[in-house]
Design a protein around this ligand. Structure first.
Ligand code: GAP
Length: 517
């Protein structure tokens, strides 16, 4: 099945099974804004819990905060967001649609890649087992021509972005003959800067109100609280401050479902350390964060680092952790060594001294910062994409199963009475009432056949189903069914908790992480 079709199926599965709904659905939705449903919110909460505990619980020197979304407007001047948090946009005069100029060019690069891949696939089919893809790539004239065009465009594009040369970006679009996907024309306006921050007014009357911004990242709430936390918590370097919260960006091109949203959630941690030790910590956090992802068991090959060649002026190292989505390897998390840029800027703009007194060195200095920043929604999407599976079964039927990492599954166990009589519902409820104190347990009404109820639990990723049948009141035993293997076994009711609890607990993931204190 084409990757695009798989992705469409995942999006509709999310809606059908209560994971994600378009925002304002009955009003036909609001672009790039989504609501999480009854199953989505549980999965999302579990992701946040796993992240929070891996940071705050496992590291003695990391504490959390919850800062406000509205902040003093000067913060965004100091951080550089007012002047430099921009995307280059371009309009098509015929369709009246707006695009990101850089995305149009990136799509064009993608087209050259697709053409090369097609030539290679065609040749592979023709030559069969004896086909050498590397040799074909290095010698086939058509592939070489596409590669030349790709390289030329890539260099021109990178130079234009580096120099913020908007005329050149427009010229590239014209030279490449890029057309609007809706109108099909090349009737483009000039490229302009577009600031991604949403703003609003604070205050009752027009003259006394002031313009404030909805935060585009949670990190600044941590920087401006650095002294508060350090002093009240008597924190010694190195230490970290973690935060989970909403962020807002007026993305020009919002696409790929919850991958790029206008309202999203971040999990960020700023790690403050002595100048000169930042590369050691950068490497630590790079490895630790990858291990966090890998502990979920979604295939180590599905992750890769993407080290940044071009660094922001304040950064001295940066890498992304990318995940293999159905639309390619994409950034899920960023790890940045941000030097002392943010704290120094806030010192300058606020007029307050923001320094750390180091008792061992007997001096004041501005700490350096290593940041880890992951989007909850992108993490959610990577998990959904990996877990969604269509399976052909031996008996000729098929099933859709969400192979979610067990500790993150919205419901851990569904207890299903076989029929709606003979005391079976009551017995099932008794089991739920016992297990619900330990993990999320669901009672499954016996309206449908047991087979249908199993399928429904598979589709929402429930790792365990427990069936109560006519023998249960006599032998105190139930049938335990495993989601992934569909294996069934007869077990004593008293053994249920022990079998499931360790597998579905967040601590089973945390134990796989190697923490440095
Ligand atoms: N404080 C650093 C920072 O915000 P970023 O690379 O702009 O860095 C960090 O964002 C993470 O936030 C990304 O890796 C991504 O997971 C998530 N993110 C950023 N923009 C997003 C958007 N429009 N929709 C969903 N997630 C987004």
């Amino acid at each position: 099945m084409a990757q695009e079709d798989t992705f469409k199926k995942i999006v509709s599965h999310c809606k059908e099974y209560g994971f994600v709904f378009p925002s304002s659905d009955i009003y036909d939705g609001l672009a790039a804004v989504y609501d999480y449903g009854q199953n989505g919110v549980e999965l999302k909460n579990n992701i946040k819990q796993y992240w929070w505990q891996s940071m705050v619980l496992l590291h003695n020197n990391i504490v959390g905060i919850d800062s406000s979304i509205f902040m003093h407007p000067t913060i965004w001047k100091a951080s550089g967001h007012v002047d430099a948090f921009n995307d280059p946009l371009i309009d098509n005069r015929d369709s009246k649609k707006r695009y990101r100029a850089d995305v149009l060019i990136e799509d064009q690069l993608g087209k050259y890649e697709e053409k090369m891949d097609k030539e290679i696939a065609k040749a592979a089919k023709k030559f069969g087992d004896s086909f050498d893809a590397a040799q074909f790539r290095a010698t086939n004239p058509r592939v070489l021509e596409y590669q030349r065009k790709y390289n030329e465009l890539h260099t021109r594009f990178a130079n234009a972005m580096e120099a913020s040369n908007f005329e050149e970006l427009k010229q590239i679009i014209l030279d490449e003959g890029i057309v609007d996907p809706i109108s099909g024309t090349k009737n483009w306006t000039d490229v302009r800067q577009f600031n991604l921050m949403f703003s609003t007014e604070m205050g009752a009357s027009a003259d006394s109100s002031s313009k404030i911004y909805l935060r585009p990242e949670t990190a600044q709430g941590i920087f401006v609280n650095f002294l508060n936390v350090q002093k009240t918590g008597r924190m010694k370097l190195p230490f970290g401050i973690a935060q989970i919260g909403k962020a807002f960006r007026n993305e020009i091109v919002a696409r790929q479902f919850v991958f790029r949203m206008r309202e999203f959630e971040q999990m960020e941690m700023q790690f403050f350390c002595q100048p000169g030790t930042e590369m050691e910590w950068f490497n630590y956090w790079k490895q630790y964060r990858l291990a966090w992802h890998q502990a979920l068991g979604m295939g180590n090959d599905n992750y890769r680092y993407h080290d940044h060649e071009k660094l922001a002026h304040y950064a001295n190292a940066a890498t992304d952790i990318e995940f293999h989505m159905p639309f390619g390897f994409k950034e899920v998390e960023g790890i940045h060594s941000r030097t002392n840029f943010d704290l120094s800027q806030h010192e300058k703009f606020s007029g307050r001294q923001i320094k750390y007194f180091d008792p061992e060195r007997n001096e004041n200095y501005t700490p350096y910062v290593v940041e880890t920043s992951i989007g909850v929604d992108r993490m959610f999407l990577s998990i959904m994409c990996h877990s969604y599976t269509e399976e052909q079964l031996e008996n000729g039927s098929s099933r859709v199963v969400l192979r979610l990492p067990e500790p993150l599954a919205p419901t851990k166990c569904a207890v299903l009475p076989l029929v709606n009589k003979d005391g079976l519902p009551e017995k099932a409820q008794e089991i739920v009432d016992d297990l619900k104190f330990h993990f999320n347990t669901h009672y499954g009404d016996p309206k449908d056949s047991i087979g249908k109820r199993y399928r429904r639990q598979d589709a929402v990723g429930t790792p365990f189903c427990v069936t109560v049948d006519h023998d249960t009141p006599k032998d105190h035993k139930v049938t335990l069914r495993y989601r992934d293997t569909m294996k069934q076994e007869r077990v004593d009711i008293d053994a249920l908790r022990g079998i499931m609890e360790e597998r579905v607990s967040i601590s089973s993931l945390l134990k796989k992480l190697n923490v440095k204190e």
